[in-house]
Design a protein around this ligand. Structure first.
Ligand code: C5P
Length: 243
């Protein structure tokens, strides 16, 4: 499939113009960054796995009625997606204390939260993606009150779906990050799920042993990062046992 000119390069992905108006091609790189890009590495094969895992999850979410930007996977590293205007927020859902929540509130890593919580962070590398309130979001017009409600409702439905999917694969879904965008079509605006859902954007722990299978392996220097991602893909039935 012909890809057009590059329109954006992020830390782990590149976006190119797509073959039709309103489409883009999303390319998954092997690059990994952490701590606001202070730590960087190239992890061979990561992009291929994230492409497959994100495809699998986006197809599942479409099936349960959550609109996403995903159209189809083109090859090992590329997906055809819908062009959206990205809302400059990261929407994090948490089920278990870890990462910045544990640090901020002093809750022991691994403690089950009383209920799932949704948080918003303003996407700004220079500021280190600060946490923001709904009032900040509407005051600066990053999203409307209706969009905030919709993002929260979608985020919790995604959480229900993913928690079940991963539990069936023997994996505990600790937390994850979503991004949303606005799709403009025929004078209509539609909020849809964008970006990717992969071990780069989720915390995934083995249900039995608690072994970390996600990007924290990279952040915390825990060893073979890509093998963790490959095991997630195997357990979801995306890869054959010997892949
Ligand atoms: O660091 P923190 O605990 O806030 O991360 C919560 C979740 O959001 C983790 O699953 C992490 O991988 C994800 N995240 C992300 N991109 C960011 C920040 C967090 O995917 N820029």
């Amino acid at each position: 499939m012909a890809r057009g000119k590059q329109i954006y390069e992020g830390k782990a992905k590149i976006l190119y113009e797509g073959p039709e108006p309103g489409t883009l091609i999303q390319f998954f790189k092997d690059d990994a960054t952490a701590f606001n890009a202070q730590k960087h590495a190239v992890l061979e094969g990561k992009g291929v796995l994230n492409n497959r895992i994100s495809e699998f999850i986006m197809i599942g979410l479409e099936r349960i009625g959550i609109p996403t930007h995903f159209i189809k996977r083109i090859n090992m590293r590329e997906q055809l997606i819908r062009h959206v205007e990205i809302i400059p927020l990261e929407v994090v859902v948490r089920n278990v204390a870890a990462g910045s929540l544990s640090k901020r509130l002093g809750i022991k890593e691994g403690e089950q939260l009383p209920r799932s919580v949704v948080e918003f962070y303003f996407k700004d590398d220079k500021l280190g993606d600060p946490m923001v309130s709904e009032d900040h979001i509407t005051a600066w017009g990053w999203a409307s009150p209706q969009e905030i409600d919709d993002m929260m409702a979608y985020a919790l439905r995604v959480n229900d779906y993913l928690s079940g999917l991963f539990a069936a694969a023997g994996i505990r879904l600790v937390d994850f990050k979503l991004e949303f965008g606005r799709q403009y079509e025929n004078d209509m605006v539609r909020l849809i799920l964008a970006d990717e859902i992969s071990p780069d954007s989720c915390r995934l722990w083995d249900l039995g042993s608690g072994e970390i299978m996600d990007k924290d392996r990279f952040r915390k220097d825990l060893g073979d990062v890509v093998e963790g991602y490959r095991e997630v893909a195997r357990r979801l039935g995306i890869l054959r046992g010997d892949d």
